[in-house]
Ligand binder design. Structure first.
Ligand SMILES: Nc1ncnc2c1ncn2[C@@H]1O[C@H](COP(=O)(O)OP(=O)(O)OP(=O)(O)O)[C@@H](O)[C@H]1O
Length: 576
């Protein structure tokens, strides 16, 4: 957990102020019983009213001062702890943003969400408590002991018995509770996972009438969290009464033996009253320390989980001195013997892929499901890095360019259209934040989206709901194409982006694209032969390897895999 405290640096001043204020508050609390004892022994016993008024007023002053320190300390601890939480959340968020898909998958989305929210909140909460107790508990314990000893050394043997018992109780509770805290965070991860899957897959769940099953799955995860929380709380619930019992027994012993000592004239009443208060403070300081001993390991479970995320090193990095392609070469891409393995995969997803494409050319990639089409496209913007071979963009290895520069050249349309909450115009503008309304409209027209947008009540200002659930799959695809077009990129990578379009729209879109992006290099992944037939070059993938490259006609004569795909989709008379 202490590793995370480096993020507290920015709040140094607030932390220092909080510590000083808690220190002053504790001193005031330690001083009050002495003043009270003086009032009793010197004022009440001697009947000195003016002394009682004087010390009483002073006590009030000390108490008010302590209270003000406490309020101000709360303010500064809250300020630094919430700021600390905010800083870590941003750090984790921006770190996760820099990770590649493979690193992202190591932890999983659900766990990443728990770590960024709940775990950080746990650490933040403990910091709030720690900033107060870290100073108050030891100071109160040591100060209280000194003060108690100064009042009556002989009565202090009560502590020799009660404190070791207290420590044993704390150790017992700690040994039981900490493993459960660890379990608790894991169970929360599981609950989040079920929740996420249910929310994103709600339509599938309904379509397959799996609501009862999913309910049961959620109930199970929910019950798991509840049961663990109950077990933790049961243990924690034992702690307080056990401590109070020890405290009360100590008080009885102090009053009992103190009474005997007063009876023998070895101690004054005021001293006994002060002693009782110091004993209470000492015991409470142990309660505070025990809370810290429980909360710190609990937070350190969360801190470890946060550090695990921060520790993952992004393996897709910018080179130290990035190269920029010459302005004269634009829109050329070359795969040189590229192979790629997913982590822990035995077989390569792509093997020995070589091809070249230039500006103004349309390269289509076709193949069965799982043949590596999406993987091939994903290697270009460096969502993954090649395992061997090279990908050259305008003559430069993609790994030698800065990621921002590389991605600026690319208009990417993912297989699963992703839209963000906001208006249609906002979503298209995502491709180029400086685009004006005319450009947005033009991109939508080319992407064959303009007609359905104009039919919507508020046109370009219509709101897209979270995840784009209020428009159809084909409409989503067209909007994501419009978004990519707005980039005016050198390369357009369209991953199965026509799959949800009807044949007429598909053809119209391809025609419009041809004229719109005349100088760009277009790579289209498609399942339909009709989509790829007109391409300058068709790459046929089969189990990660190139089964054939050529035009439609060339491949019909040379590539068996292509012929099979074609004959499965087109009628005899269409195959020309
Ligand atoms: N993140 C991943 N981790 C491990 N293996 C993966 C991952 N993504 C894809 N694969 C595997 O790599 C191979 C190629 O996948 P890819 O998604 O590139 O195929 P595809 O041709 O685009 O398929 P589809 O047409 O169904 O989209 C498949 O065998 C797939 O199981």
């Amino acid at each position: 957990m202490f590793k995370l405290f480096r993020y507290l640096k920015a709040y140094r001043l607030q932390v220092m102020l909080a510590i000083i204020l808690v220190f002053l508050q504790t001193l005031s609390e330690l001083y009050l019983p002495t003043l009270m004892s003086d009032i009793v022994d010197k004022g009440v016993v001697n009947g000195d009213i003016s002394y009682i008024w004087k010390i009483g007023a002073f006590m009030l002053l000390v108490a008010v001062g302590g209270m003000l320190c406490s309020v101000a300390a709360s303010f500064f601890t809250a300020k630094s702890a919430t700021g600390f939480g905010r800083t870590i959340r941003s750090k984790v968020f921006s770190h996760v943003e820099s990770l590649s898909q493979q690193e992202f998958d190591k932890i999983g989305t659900a766990s990443l969400i728990t770590r960024t929210t709940n775990d950080i909140f746990q650490v933040q909460q403990v910091l709030t408590i720690m900033l107060r107790m870290m100073v108050m508990a030891p100071l109160m314990c040591i100060g209280g002991m000194i003060m108690a000893l100064s009042r009556d050394a002989q009565l202090s043997w009560v502590f020799v018995v009660s404190i070791p018992i207290l420590i044993l109780v704390i150790l017992f509770v700690q040994s039981r509770a900490i493993p459960l805290f660890r379990k608790m965070q894991k169970k929360l991860d599981a609950l989040n996972r079920v929740m996420r899957e249910n929310l994103t897959g709600i339509r599938v769940i309904r379509a397959f009438s799996r609501i009862a099953f999913e309910k049961k799955r959620f109930e199970q995860a929910n019950l798991d969290v509840t049961n663990t929380a109950i077990r933790v709380n049961k243990i924690m619930a034992v702690m307080m009464p056990a401590m109070m019992l020890i405290l009360n027994f100590s008080m009885i012993s102090i009053i009992w033996f103190g009474g005997i000592r007063i009876d023998h004239g070895d101690m004054q009443v005021g001293d006994l009253m002060a002693f009782i208060q110091y004993a209470t403070q000492i015991m409470f300081s142990f309660v505070m320390m025990s809370m810290m001993f429980i909360l710190i390991p609990r937070a350190s479970v969360s801190a470890t989980r946060i550090n695990e995320v921060l520790k993952i090193e992004a393996n897709i990095l910018d080179p130290e001195s990035p190269e920029t392609p010459e302005q004269t070469i634009r829109g050329t891409i070359e795969f040189q013997n590229v192979s790629f393995y997913y982590e822990n995969a035995e077989k390569p997803a792509l093997a020995n892929i070589s091809f070249k494409a230039g500006p103004g050319e349309v390269t289509a990639i076709i193949g069965g499901t799982g043949s590596g089409k999406s993987t091939l496209l994903n290697l270009i913007p460096r969502f993954f890095d090649v395992s061997s071979g090279r990908i050259l963009i305008d003559g430069i290895d993609v790994r030698a360019m800065s990621q921002v520069e590389l991605r600026k050249k690319i208009g990417f349309v993912p297989q699963k259209a992703v839209l963000f909450t906001g208006t249609i115009a906002d979503n298209i503008r995502y491709g180029n934040e400086h685009a004006d309304h005319e450009e947005i409209q033009h991109a939508a027209e080319v992407a064959q989206a303009a007609s359905f947008i104009s039919e919507m009540a508020e046109g370009y200002q219509s709101t897209i709901s979270q995840g784009g659930t209020n428009i159809s799959g084909g409409q989503k695809q067209r909007l994501s194409i419009a978004r990519a077009l707005l980039r005016k990129a050198e390369f357009y990578l369209l991953d199965d982006s026509f799959s949800a379009l009807d044949f007429k729209t598909d053809a119209a879109l391809r025609n419009a694209l041809k004229t719109e992006i005349r100088d760009a290099c277009l790579l289209i992944v498609a399942q339909r032969v009709s989509t790829v037939m007109d391409a300058d070059r068709i790459i046929v993938l089969d189990e990660g390897e190139i089964a054939g490259i050529g035009t439609h006609h060339e491949l019909l004569n040379t590539c068996q895999v292509y012929k099979e795909i074609v004959s499965s989709q087109l009628a005899e008379e269409e195959i020309v």
